[in-house]
Design a protein around this ligand. Structure first.
Ligand code: ZN
Length: 141
């Protein structure tokens, strides 16, 4: 158990220190900024679509390791997915974060599993995902 916890911490810190897809996306179809005042996190998510598919996802922001690592994981995994699958992934991740769905094994997301024991931090973990969801619902295309 503690070995797993150590592995999860390593995955989390790796995403925090070497974030995937970090930076602004100039030719974006979607841009959404969101704050988490509880923790002081902020994130801006950008996405570019190619037809129905996500061609690129990038993010900028600052805040705790959970918020930034989760944004990095999201940006990495949603590229190439169509809108319907993106909605599904976001909904599914949010269910995981409130304990209603199992985390996938052998997946970077599992590194966030421990966060569900700290309800105040769940907002950190879902911040980027909610930003993207808001952007999609506002019809960014
Ligand atoms: Zn935070």
């Amino acid at each position: 158990m503690s070995m797993m916890r150590e592995l999860y911490t390593q995955i989390l810190m790796d995403h925090y220190r070497r974030p995937r897809n970090r930076g602004e996306l100039e030719n974006h179809d979607l841009q959404e900024h969101l704050l988490n005042p509880l923790c002081g996190d902020e994130v801006t998510v950008y996405a570019r679509f190619d037809g129905d598919k996500v061609a690129e996802v990038k993010f900028t922001g600052q805040g705790c390791s959970i918020s930034q690592a989760s944004a990095s994981m999201m940006a990495e995994r949603l590229v190439g997915k169509n809108r319907q699958d993106v909605h599904k992934e976001v909904a599914s991740f949010k269910s995981m974060m409130v304990g209603e769905e199992e985390f996938p094994e052998y997946d970077d997301l599992a590194a966030l599993k421990g966060v569900i024991n700290y309800p105040a931090r769940v907002k950190c973990a879902v911040l980027a995902w909610t930003a993207l969801q808001n952007g999609l619902e506002e019809g960014g295309s």
